[in-house]
Design a protein around this ligand. Structure first.
Ligand SMILES: Cc1cc2nc3c(=O)[nH]c(=O)nc-3n(C[C@H](O)[C@H](O)[C@H](O)COP(=O)(O)OP(=O)(O)OC[C@H]3O[C@@H](n4cnc5c(N)ncnc54)[C@H](O)[C@@H]3O)c2cc1C
Length: 283
């Protein structure tokens, strides 16, 4: 059992792990890839670097520093988090338990470029099978995705309907599914009050709901499933960086504010101090 599992290895997650280890809290950091820093060619505005540093270089320094201080770092993708007294974090390759969890998965919002898509978010376009699946029992369900995250959502949706079509939106299907699969890109979304049809390739499909499960689940996906509050797709935290779920914390771009490295690192320090205090009081 870890004191804390940090999900995300960017400046927020790595800084949180560095601070937690220095409080002698045994910490696991799980990261799937390089996050926003992986896309950052030059960082010129971060304190202390006289010469420009690349995002990936800064990232690997942070991770190595967390490792040196004793953080266990696992490269894997988190698929779900369950909460019952303690937290169980399920990844593609394993399962881990902790007393607290810090979400530091950055900012990821998955939208489709399809015409009309934005008009139906919340009107038949859903980001959470466990939240909305029941509403659409025995209805025609479309599910967008191509990987393990989609597979996870599919298992939930199967409890509510047999009529499920998977849309990979042009991506290669990477998991085995026992439902009809449409590989073409989604071009248009139609409906009136709510979604009614989508056009993929040159075919039109009738649907009552479209569930989104592209790529990997983000902090807001985890928050939605666990009942943590969101505001405009950002996780709502209190002044101690805790969500409305005791022991579930969040930091960095996923809570909004200034979307910059310096603020993410500052959040990481704050959240670690708050987690340390929470553990002292509650465990
Ligand atoms: C192109 C670009 C250029 C930028 N340039 C600058 C700049 O010059 N200066 C500056 O200050 N800021 C810059 N930024 C912003 C800065 O990169 C972010 O504000 C900062 O990286 C946010 O840190 P974070 O730790 O919150 O999230 P991120 O750095 O995005 O890290 C998120 C972490 O979460 C992990 N993760 C996500 N989902 C999962 C999952 N399901 N399972 C496991 N792990 C998961 C990712 O692998 C990653 O490790 C730039 C951003 C971009 C996109």
């Amino acid at each position: 059992m870890f004191d804390a599992i940090v999900i995300g290895g960017g400046p927020a997650g790595a800084t949180a792990a560095i601070y937690l280890q220095r409080f002698k809290r045994n910490t696991l950091l799980i990261m799937k890839d390089q996050g926003a820093l992986g896309k950052t060619a030059h960082v010129d505005n971060y304190y202390g670097f006289v010469d420009t540093i690349t995002g990936p270089d800064l990232l690997s320094r942070g991770i190595n520093q967390a490792r040196r201080l004793g953080t266990e770092v696992v490269q894997d993708e988190v698929l779900s988090i369950d909460y019952f007294d303690d937290f169980t974090v399920k990844t593609i390759h394993g399962e881990y338990k902790a007393k607290t969890v810090i979400l530091a998965t950055g900012k990821t919002q998955v939208y489709l470029k399809a015409k009309g898509f934005n008009d139906f978010i919340g009107k038949g376009i859903s980001y959470c099978a466990i939240c909305d699946g029941f509403i659409y029992r025995n209805k025609k369900i479309g599910l967008v995705g191509s990987k393990e995250f989609m597979e996870e959502e599919l298992e939930i949706l199967k409890q509510f309907s047999d009529d499920i079509t998977i849309f990979t939106n042009g991506a290669k299907l990477e998991v085995d599914v026992d439902k009809e699969v449409v590989l073409e890109e989604i071009k248009e979304v139609h409906g009136q009050e709510s979604i009614q049809q989508i056009v993929a390739g040159d075919k039109t499909y009738d649907i009552d709901v479209l569930f989104m499960a592209i790529g990997s689940p983000s902090a807001s996906d985890f928050a939605l499933r666990m009942g943590a509050f969101l505001d405009n797709n950002y996780i709502v935290v209190d002044e101690e960086f805790m969500t409305n779920i005791p022991g579930l914390f969040a930091a960095g771009d996923c809570i909004g504010g200034l979307l910059q490295i310096v603020k993410a690192a500052s959040d990481g320090a704050h959240v670690a101090i708050a987690v340390h205090k929470y553990l002292k009081q509650n465990h």
